[in-house]
Design a protein around this ligand. Structure first.
Ligand code: GLA
Length: 378
């Protein structure tokens, strides 16, 4: 599988954990279509951990739990495909999955064959219970090879949390995305931690194999499997904006049958999604912030876009209101060039130009602003 844009979809884990079923998957798939999420690009419906029986069958094959998936996986894949969506599944490279179901260690070839026969489009591959004498890169290379030789084009989503210096070898596995941090929880400290960790990994990722900052918690409001505390709407906005700016895959994790309007609108923000999906897939970089004590909790991040625009995100991760300044010089627009930026606010649609070659914003605690900036004559 070759991909040039971060995958978008929905995954069972964040809200439903082990409480998954065919009915749930079909219901969420219908909601992805009816709500318009499909129209803005969300396409993968991913069944995470806890789908299998604890024992393999007599041929050594994984068996979907018939109490949860009474018609099996091929039936479900056909139903999902008929809705214009794609089906994802989950396995693990260690001795068991994280929730202690059977995993694919030394069964990679037979399992890849099952996924292909079931017409699965995406495999998330986890890292729990890895034997100490085995190397992560070898385990992920084996499954990557098995998937590419399974006869079906299957997106390979590696999930070893950045352990064993993943960024140094992940592209040897043929993976299409790799989890660059540990698990997300639905609270601000976790979102901030993941975002800050990601900043050391900006040179990895990009076309073919994107840095995966983990599934979205937007709209969870403290409910469900990883709903540990919940976030404010402003924090969800900052979370989604950061994931879009840094080109993370966008896998929704909330219950789509209970989602509030504000969260739904955020997840469908076309301007942010366009930035996330931009085909140049360039690396993001920092701009320095002026007139402020510089710390990594006040961030200016930029990414060049394919049509010549810049995506600019100014983030206040501190617990206080802050004013952030950046100079046009730092975006490559020098005084005397005759050029300036026309800034389109991706949340409000408002268009402004910098005053005196400076972009400045007042941001509440945990807030951000993202602009799509056009380079125009001053
Ligand atoms: C790990 C992964 C999570 C999820 C669970 C399932 O913790 O990082 O994303 O898949 O396992 O058990």
């Amino acid at each position: 599988m070759i991909i040039n844009k971060p995958p978008m979809g929905w995954n069972t884990w964040n809200t439903f954990g082990q409480n998954i079923s065919e009915d749930l998957i079909l219901k969420m798939a219908d909601l992805i279509v009816q709500s318009g999420l499909k129209d803005v690009g969300y396409e993968y419906v991913v069944i995470d951990d806890c789908w299998a029986l604890k024992e393999r069958d007599e041929q050594g094959r994984l068996v979907p739990d018939p109490a949860k998936f009474p018609h099996g996986m091929k039936y479900l894949a056909d139903k999902i495909h008929a809705k214009g969506l794609k089906l994802g599944m989950y396995s693990c490279s260690g001795l068991m999955t994280c929730a202690k179901y059977p995993s694919s260690l030394d069964r990679e070839w037979v399992d890849a064959q099952s996924f292909a026969e079931w017409d699965i489009d995406y495999l998330k591959y986890d890292f729990c219970f890895k034997p100490a004498n085995r190397r992560a890169d070898e385990l992920y290379r084996t499954m990557g090879l098995a998937l590419r030789n399974s006869g079906k084009d299957i997106l390979f989503s590696a999930c070893n949390w950045g352990y064993e210096d993943t960024q140094k070898w992940i592209k040897t596995t043929g993976a299409n995305m790799w989890r660059s941090t540990e698990d997300i929880f639905d609270n601000w400290p976790k979102i901030k931690e993941i975002l800050l960790k990601q900043l050391d990994l900006l040179q990895s990722g990009g076309k073919g194999c994107f840095n995966d900052m983990d599934m979205l918690v937007v709209g969870m409001h403290g409910k469900g499997n990883v709903g540990l505390g919940g976030c404010t709407d402003k924090e969800y906005r900052t979370h989604f904006a950061a994931w879009c700016l840094l080109q993370s895959p966008l896998m929704i994790g909330c219950d789509l049958s209970k989602i509030d309007q504000t969260s739904m609108e955020l997840l469908k923000n076309k301007k942010l999604i366009e930035i996330n999906q931009d085909e140049l897939a360039a690396q993001s970089y920092f701009v320095s912030l002026r007139h402020a004590l510089v710390s990594n909790e006040k961030l200016g991040l930029v990414r060049p876009l394919a049509n010549g625009d810049l995506a600019i995100g100014l983030f206040n991760l501190t617990d206080d209101k802050r004013q952030l300044f950046t100079s046009l010089y730092d975006y490559g627009i020098k005084r005397g060039s005759g050029m300036t930026l026309e800034l389109e606010n991706c949340f409000t649609g408002e268009i402004t130009r910098p005053d005196n070659d400076v972009i400045w914003v007042d941001l509440e605690a945990h807030d951000c602003v993202v602009y799509r900036a056009k380079i125009v004559k001053a």
